[in-house]
Design a protein around this ligand. Structure first.
Ligand code: CS2
Ligand code: MG
Length: 408
């Protein structure tokens, strides 16, 4: 069996999905997601200029050797762009492998450990009352877990994850007015003084059963993160996400020594070497990598297995910038992984999106159910894809009030 062609598409309904379609001489094709928010043309070029010519003629069944060829063969290892590109290739090869077997992908990992995988939605409000409305909306829809973000009174501009105005939005923070980022002002002290009380009010309003998650989005220093984690302990959060940027893995010790709040980290990591110390030293409770940014299923499984040895559960990243192909790959891992925790899920199913990526995967009562179709169980309609093209966009950047650049 040989790979005969590999095509790259950029675009989607309100998104810049980067989609890889690998075709074979047996008529079977595989799909991968190489979307990286704000840098989509670069993964597309990496695929087109280097990766695709190196795929032609290879046996797609040798996914491990192909992964090693790209990872070790690149000489300059790792990095988000390269690992996103390798992830797309790897997803497509697992898709092909499972289609050859005539099985849904999860069967190749060891079958189902659960019927549906718990997901969480994003509730957001410009103030606490708006946020309460947004949480109620998701609770009424049957969600059992909700991430909560709201504006902080007095904060010079929006805090992370807060939508402009009222109502539900998908928290797609990319600004499509161009590639020059918007700048926001962040004030750690205001946040630290306000947010623990706001989270406590949410717990009081919604009772003990709702799983409440909160994302600090890398804004605190390790000592501040420890203080914040201690302050929110009575809320019994399901997790506190990205309290620090965690580039310094050892720094998380301080937080751990001071608090038992469950910690989730990893959405910006692209390799096991970004999180091996966090996992082995049991400094986190959930690992947040995305299959599409961490070298695909082959490498993600190594992280999941390492995590399982250390009581760390999965909580894969599922922001709006991940295409339904990445979400499908994660859904197969989620129903299998013995140490599955939760999946971030932001309702991808608009009619336009469903037409571009037809599938039978579905959400019911806050659980994601995976299709039994062979492979990833998702397709890609090239005619639909022709309607879309790349739209320049950017994520914001954050500064402190004195102008110092901060972590977004
Ligand atoms: C976020 C992301 O989903 C999350 O938890 O932190 O939305 C993040 O801001 C984006 O993925 C950036 O592309
Ligand atoms: Mg996050």
């Amino acid at each position: 069996m040989k790979i005969t062609s590999a095509k790259v598409f950029v675009g989607g309904p309100g998104k810049n999905y980067v989609t890889l379609k690998i075709e074979t001489d047996q008529g079977i094709h595989g799909l991968g997601d190489a979307t990286i928010n704000g840098r989509e043309t670069l993964t597309a070029a990496y695929l087109q200029d280097y990766t695709v010519p190196n795929l032609i003629g290879k046996d797609p069944r040798n996914s491990e050797d192909i992964w090693q060829f790209f990872y070790r063969g690149a000489y300059f290892r790792r990095g988000p762009l390269a690992m996103t590109v390798f992830a797309a290739v790897d997803m497509a090869l697992w898709d092909i492998k499972a289609k050859i077997a005539g099985l849904p992908l999860y069967q190749l990992f060891g079958g189902k450990s659960r019927e549906g995988a718990l997901v969480y939605a994003h509730a957001t409000g410009s103030d606490l009352e708006d946020l309460m409305d947004s949480i109620s909306y998701y609770v009424e829809q049957g969600y059992k877990a909700v991430r909560v973000q709201c504006g902080v009174p007095g904060m010079p501009s929006a805090s992370y994850g807060v939508s402009e105005g009222k109502g539900q939005n998908r928290n797609y923070i990319t600004d499509f007015s161009g590639i020059i980022p918007k700048e926001e002002i962040w004030d750690t002290d205001l946040y630290m003084r306000y947010m623990p009380g706001a989270l406590a009010e949410i717990r009081d309003r919604f009772g003990p059963d709702l799983k409440i998650l909160h994302d600090v989005h890398h804004r605190l220093l390790p000592r501040e993160a420890a203080e914040f984690a201690k302050a929110v302990e009575p809320v019994r959060l399901y997790w506190l996400e990205d309290p620090t940027p965690a580039d310094d893995q050892d720094a998380l010790r301080l937080l751990r020594q001071h608090s038992t709040v469950p910690i989730a980290i990893g959405e910006v990591f692209n390799s096991i070497w970004d999180c091996n110390k966090l996992i082995e030293n049991e400094l986190i409770d959930f690992i947040r990598v995305a299959v599409s940014h961490v070298g695909g299923i082959t490498h993600a499984r190594r992280i999941v297995d390492l995590a399982a040895m250390h009581h760390v559960r999965t909580g894969f990243h599922g922001a709006p910038s991940h295409s339904p192909i990445c979400m499908a790959a994660q859904a197969h891992l989620n129903v299998w992984a013995p140490n599955f925790g939760i999946q971030e899920y932001l309702v991808l199913g608009t009619p336009e999106c469903d037409a571009l990526f037809p599938s039978e995967h579905y959400l019911k009562d806050g659980l994601f159910h995976v299709s039994d179709a062979p492979g990833l169980g998702i397709d890609f309609d090239e005619k639909e894809a022709a309607r879309y093209s790349y739209k320049p966009g950017s994520l914001p950047v954050a500064r402190l009030e004195d102008g110092t650049l901060w972590n977004y």
